[in-house]
Design a protein around this ligand. Structure first.
Ligand SMILES: *Cc1c(COP(=O)(O)O)cnc(C)c1O
Length: 223
């Protein structure tokens, strides 16, 4: 399936007007497709498998900002630590402290988002509010120097019920306000929410980073 370059230009302009970061989710898609968007100026790309991401990192221009958006196993952090731009899917203290350890080894601070469970489905990873509170407290206490929290990420339920999706996004935005207020070290907290099916709704509810795959690259084959 060809990359939808026309839609990309539209979405890019829309995001710019709304001051929203567009992450193009390129998982399962070939290098050539990524390069098509790269040549139109896209620099933020999202992947959810460590091996696939690493192969693409090595094959592609080094000014791409790679976002890790899938479930990350602790033992794989070291593979992506040298180059990852933002790990969006931190859901445990164990993972965060490993990211800090690998950040130290690579002498760089690794930016992270905490993944929050907002959906009704049981399959989606993430923290509930109680776990978020415990994790943020712990992170403050430990004074980690090589991993830093930039905000929150969440995935809404896969449903056509707009009210439901809207409520879930609203919930994520409220958690961000409650735990980070208006800024984290002088920057607006990142609120990563919204995918192909629901990015407009997400932006209405306060998202400032959307992760869009299939609308740009076409439907993915089921793995
Ligand atoms: C695959 C994926 C996306 C993109 O999904 P589309 O519906 O193709 O836009 C966004 N976020 C996460 C966490 C994903 O795994």
């Amino acid at each position: 399936m060809p990359v939808n370059l026309h839609f990309y230009q539209e979405l890019k302009a829309f995001c710019k007007a709304k001051m929203v970061t567009l992450v193009a989710v390129s998982k399962t898609k070939p290098i050539e497709d990524i390069l098509e968007l790269y040549h139109l100026g896209q620099r933020d790309f999202g992947e959810n498998y460590v091996q696939e991401l690493t192969e693409k990192y090595h094959a592609l221009p080094k000014d791409i900002r790679w976002h890790f958006i899938g479930h990350l196993q602790t033992n794989k952090v070291k593979i992506i630590a040298p180059f990852i731009s933002l790990i969006q899917s931190v859901d445990s203290e164990k993972l965060f402290s490993e990211i800090n350890k690998q950040g130290a080894k690579n002498n760089r601070v690794i930016d992270c988002l905490l993944q929050i469970f907002i959906a009704r489905e049981e399959t989606k990873f993430g923290l509930d509010e109680n776990e978020l509170k415990m994790l943020t407290d712990k992170i403050h206490e430990e004074k980690y120097q090589y991993a830093t929290v930039k905000g929150l990420m969440g995935m809404a339920s896969f449903t056509k019920e707009k009210e439901q999706v809207k409520n879930e996004f609203c919930q994520l935005n409220n958690l961000s306000k409650k735990y980070f207020g208006k800024s984290i070290n002088g920057h607006s907290p990142i609120i990563s929410m919204g995918m192909s099916a629901d990015y407009e709704l997400a932006i209405d509810e306060g998202s400032n980073l959307i992760r869009v795959g299939s609308l740009l690259f076409g439907e993915r084959q089921k793995k």
